[in-house]
Design a protein around this ligand. Structure first.
Ligand SMILES: O=C(CO)[C@@H](O)[C@H](O)COP(=O)(O)O
Length: 224
């Protein structure tokens, strides 16, 4: 049964206090930090920032979501900067399996993401088997604070049915109001920006998200 993992999404506005925020989130019970590299230049978390977070918070698990074209270009930079998981978009490459292999060669986990308009079948059985994590975007990549796109949820269920042992991540508009749909569909890795960073008590939000995933995973696992 895949375990519940909460991965707060680090946003551009957090730059000034990035390391302090990371420590606070981990103290609040988060296990990963979702570090996005976006197409939009002013909200890019590049390798130098990853390196400084890695230095400031030793042992941190950096879940690096590469919302970029030519994802092959950045594998070495992110690995050298301390990245733990390198997640690329299936839409951005024509050769996903060799890319996954090159990520593994640099001792990182490999994630494969799909944008809201991409069907889950774009992740073939072969690609899914090679990957460690599959990411279903529930907003359009680019910025935090967008509305959760409900029609993406069935893609989570389809991937969970094909890949019962993989980590399946959701990202975008996820919080206490939308977690149940994601968790019941089979997602176990939860990215949340606004819901966690905007909360008075982030640790309570993290606990709520984790508990919803644990409950849903136990039910899903009991059925098999
Ligand atoms: O990187 C992205 C979107 O591009 C996401 O990780 C968002 O930053 C998540 O933020 P919320 O939707 O939870 O506010």
């Amino acid at each position: 049964m895949p375990s519940a993992i909460i991965s707060p999404s680090v946003l551009a506005s957090d730059f000034g206090q990035l390391t302090a925020e990371c420590k606070r989130m981990l103290r609040g019970g988060a296990q990963w930090l979702h570090m996005g590299k976006h197409f939009v230049p002013n909200i890019t978390l590049g390798a130098p920032i990853l390196a400084s977070v890695s230095k400031g918070v030793p042992g941190i698990f950096m879940d690096c979501h590469m919302m970029v074209s030519h994802p092959e270009k950045w594998v070495n930079d992110v690995a050298d900067a301390g990245g733990s998981l390198y997640c690329f978009h299936i839409e951005a490459t024509s050769d996903p399996v060799p890319l996954i292999q090159s990520i593994h060669e640099r001792n990182m986990k490999a994630g494969v993401a799909i944008s809201p308009d991409t069907p889950s079948t774009a992740i073939s059985d072969e690609v899914g088997e090679h990957a460690d994590m599959l990411l279903v975007m529930t907003v359009y990549p680019g910025r935090g604070g967008q509305k959760f796109i409900e029609r993406c949820v069935p893609k989570v269920a389809e991937l969970r049915a094909r890949f019962p042992d993989k980590d399946i991540e959701v990202d975008g508009g996820v919080g206490p109001k939308t977690i149940d749909a994601c968790a019941q569909a089979g997602s176990n890795v939860i990215v949340a920006g606004t819901a966690i960073f905007g909360a008075d008590k982030p640790e309570e939000v993290i606990a709520t998200l984790k508990s919803a995933v644990d409950t849903a995973q136990a039910k899903i696992f009991a059925k098999h």
